[in-house]
Design a protein. Structure first.
Length: 255
């Protein structure tokens, strides 16, 4: 299984460091919004940064890229249709990002909705999905339509159920509070909420999650469930799964 180290940044971001299975001292950083915590961890552990993967253009995902790339002289991958500072390789849907000497390779999935060009990186049983899918929730629609975001979430949900989900933010507890409001009778949400409260009380990340778990607790992956549809219709949702998704997303925005 892929070894991944979380680097907490800002209030609730994680910068994920993916270790090479060939040499665990070589790592790839995902969405380094801040260079400082990454540099200090790399220096302490004597790890080497060999690459950077960026999911979208927001500053909390890109702010540390120029300094880290300058310091380590490593390649920077990012979505072709967005402006990414210090990017050296623009990638798009279905392309492969390979680091042969590290024994790592990822395929690129286009997942627009939070931003227009948002991408995710999938490989080695893990998906690095930025601000598209969160545990118990999904990203806000800053640049995309509900239809686009639902299609993106459908594409992520179609990956194997054991896929580990590495999102950028620790939003799980507040997302689960909302999920419980949408589905008050969902026992999986209740149980997972209690478990996450314990995990957070110990100062640990609730991530990664798995797609198998998200399918049971995440209302945005459950728009076909009768319970979620009924809750959305009660809030005036338009008919159809896009209508259900849009109503739940709008409800979350004001929750
Ligand atoms: Zn974002
Ligand atoms: Fe973010």
């Amino acid at each position: 299984m892929l070894e991944v180290t979380p680097v907490p940044a800002f209030r609730d971001n994680y910068i994920w460091l993916i270790h090479s299975p060939e040499d665990r001292t070589r790592v790839i950083a995902v969405d380094p919004g801040d260079a400082n915590p990454v540099l200090s961890l790399l220096n302490t552990r004597r790890w080497e940064l060999s690459g950077i993967l960026v999911t979208h253009h927001h500053a909390d995902h890109t702010g540390g890229v120029p300094r880290l790339a300058g310091h380590y002289g490593c390649p920077v991958y990012g979505p072709r249709s967005e402006i990414i500072p210090a990017r050296t390789r623009a990638v798009e849907d279905s392309e492969t990002v390979a680091f042969p000497s590290l024994g790592l390779r990822f395929s690129v999935l286009e997942v627009p909705g939070h931003t227009a060009g948002h991408i995710a990186y999938y490989g080695h049983g893990a998906v690095f999905c930025g601000d598209t899918l969160f545990s118990g929730g999904c990203g806000r629609l800053f640049e995309g339509t509900p239809e686009q975001m639902l299609r993106s979430l459908d594409a992520l949900a179609a990956l194997p159920e054991e896929t580990r989900v590495y999102c950028t933010h620790e939003y799980t507890e507040s997302n689960l509070a909302f999920a419980a409001a949408v589905e008050p009778d969902n026992g999986d949400i209740q149980a997972y909420r209690e478990r996450c409260a314990d995990i957070r009380a110990q100062g640990q990340p609730t991530l990664p999650s798995t797609l198998e778990r998200e399918r049971t607790i995440n209302p945005f992956l459950r728009v076909d469930e009768a319970s979620v549809r009924a809750a959305a219709l009660a809030r005036g949702a338009a008919a159809g799964r896009v209508g259900v998704f849009a109503a739940i997303r709008a409800w979350k925005d004001e929750f």
